[in-house]
Design a protein around this ligand. Structure first.
Ligand code: FAD
Length: 531
């Protein structure tokens, strides 16, 4: 042991979001006896570690957990302040904090609200949990087993589709959307319930999945797994051309330690995974490049004749959800969440959420029937460009002491045309569901989707355009794996976490199979650092 850390383990994982947790879970299941150390720079803010903060019932404790996840941004005003977003203010979502400098270069669009979470569970302790599957060109063509990996990701994230079946108006919303969207689509790409990482307990309460669900009892009961919070991995060590461990700073004491390991997985989000590689001198040409985010167009509408539809639904046996069951946050008990899947012909991913309140004030004598306000969001896939990138400084440091980052990001003419089309389509969807609220749709500031991708992309071959191979092992550095949305190589419009967890499953299986092979080597080579 050095300080609270072991000297050597079989696998080091950097970052405790859903993808780092997926490696821990699959290795716990498929490589019993392998020692695993997971290092997370942020503090533990929920119990069990990595749990979604929305599961914290006490609003003050929940706010404190969000605050503690916000690293250098703790205490800053968030989007929760009324009107902040539409007024164009740079604000972070609760539980996240903004990149303070380097988010926009002169003459470029930048990602003004690029954000991070630094806590056990990462952004997965704050997310909405939407887990749609990629379709058409969103899919990774060179992974024939993608659907099986996505099934595994569903299992790890605890994805369900029925948690909101009792919410009012959901069937009606889907029927009205389907009437304008479904023509010519195969059944799996028609309007449907949004797959969500959430389940209902026996007592009826909702439990949102965070990394705790991904870790599962299998990881928590694994005596060879340990999670170290407040631990910054400053670089990956290499020896004889392969991964050999990490250097890690204990943020409680400030001390720097070395932990040796033949396998290292960097799952430190799409902006900080390339940062750790850069700091380690691992700088393949594609590192940080092809960065992409999903521009988000939003609008709201109000279901026509909601009173009479609600009365009819309750008469037909639907739940009359009581106000006492409403939980704070983006989705409440009354929210139906519907999905308009991406297709190449209609290149948007639609996330449709019923709200308890109108996003803009309505007249006092105009009470809102719960669930009757419908928020529509269309996410647009980016036109990928080599020059859209996160780059790092050799001299300047960020708040954690890591190489400072600078984002280069521009929308192309094609991007602008797609956004314009999304603005037109969303009005049609809003009219199909009810009476649109407000004059026109709103385009969120770039970076607001929190779905940054492409910066450590997988590729089929090492042609200089990707950072790692199909199982996420970095080209030219055996034993080093990368994880998170950065590995997704396609321009997706759908929420990315399910796909990045699927890719993590593939990488973890590869390590598990190598570990079982190496274990056999132990009999002949006692120097191998393995249990
Ligand atoms: P993260 O969850 O970001 O975790 C990375 C972790 O690495 C962090 O905890 C960080 O502190 C740690 N780390 C970074 N650098 C270091 C270092 N050097 N040393 C040690 N640790 C380090 N996605 C969806 O798919 N669907 C949604 O509905 C959705 N909604 C969202 C809503 C909100 C409000 C937010 C905030 C996010 C949402 N997302 C959604 C995004 C989703 O949360 C992320 O895609 C997901 O968490 C990514 O998982 P990850 O493991 O790659 O990274």
């Amino acid at each position: 042991m050095t300080g609270r850390y072991p000297d050597a383990v079989d696998v080091v994982i950097v970052g405790s979001g859903p993808t780092g947790a997926a490696y821990a879970r699959i290795l716990s299941e498929e490589a019993p006896g392998a020692s695993i150390a997971l290092f997370e720079v942020g503090p533990t803010v929920s119990n069990p570690p990595g749990a979604h903060v929305k599961n914290i019932a006490d609003p003050e404790l929940r706010a404190a957990a969000q605050d503690r996840s916000e690293g250098p941004g703790a205490g800053a005003a968030t989007v929760s302040s009324p009107g902040a977003v539409t007024a164009g203010l740079r604000r972070a979502r609760p539980g996240t904090y903004l990149l303070e400098e380097g988010y926009q270069e002169a003459g470029e669009d930048g990602l003004p609200v690029a954000a991070f979470s630094s806590n056990v569970g990462g952004m997965g302790a704050h997310w909405t949990g939407a887990c749609p599957r990629p379709g058409d060109s969103e899919r990774i063509a060179f992974l024939p087993e993608l659907d099986e990996l996505l099934d595994e990701a569903d299992r790890l994230l605890g994805v369900t589709t029925d948690a909101f079946d009792g919410a009012p108006f959901t069937a009606l919303v889907r029927e009205r959307l389907g009437a304008v969207v479904d023509g010519g689509r195969p059944p799996e790409r028609r309007v449907q319930r949004m797959p969500l990482a959430v389940h209902r307990r026996d007592d009826g309460r909702l439990v949102w999945s965070g990394s705790d669900v991904v870790f599962g009892d299998e990881t928590r009961a694994n005596p060879d797994f340990a999670l170290y919070d407040e631990s910054l991995v400053t670089r990956v060590l290499q020896e004889e051309g392969r991964a050999a461990g990490v250097e890690v700073r204990d943020r409680r004491t400030g001390e720097l330690h070395t932990v040796r390991a033949p396998f290292v997985v960097v799952a430190a989000d799409a902006l900080r995974t390339p940062q750790v590689l850069f700091a380690s001198g691992i700088r393949p040409p594609a590192l940080g490049r092809m960065l992409n985010d999903q521009t988000q167009v939003v609008y709201a509408t109000r279901i026509r004749d909601a009173e009479s539809v609600a009365t009819a639904e309750v008469a037909a046996g639907a739940d009359d959800v009581g106000a006492d069951q409403v939980i704070d946050g983006a989705i409440s008990e009354r929210s139906g969440v519907s999905w308009v899947p991406y297709t190449d012909a209609m290149p948007f991913h639609g996330q449709v959420m019923q709200l308890d309140a109108s996003p803009i004030p309505l007249a006092d004598d105009d009470p809102v029937v719960p669930g009757s306000i419908v928020g529509l969001g269309l996410f647009c896939a980016k036109d990928l460009q080599w020059d859209d990138r996160v780059e790092f400084s050799d001299d300047q440091r960020d708040w954690y002491g890591m190489p400072a980052m600078r984002l280069h990001y521009t929308l192309t003419d094609r991007d602008r045309a797609v956004i314009e089309r999304a603005q037109a389509e969303i009005v049609e969807l809003a009219k199909a569901v009810g009476d649109p609220i407000g004059d026109r749709p709103f385009t969120m500031p770039l970076g607001a989707s929190l779905h940054y991708q492409g910066s450590t992309r997988v590729g089929e071959t090492d042609d200089g355009r990707s950072v790692c191979g199909p199982d996420s092992e970095v080209w030219g550095v055996p034993g080093l794996f990368v994880a998170g949305n950065g590995v997704i190589p396609t321009a997706t419009a759908c929420n990315p976490t399910l796909t990045s967890v699927a890719l993590a499953v593939k990488g973890a299986r590869r390590i598990a199979s190598e570990l079982s092979g190496t274990e056999r080597l132990l009999t002949s080579n006692s120097d191998v650092i393995l249990k």
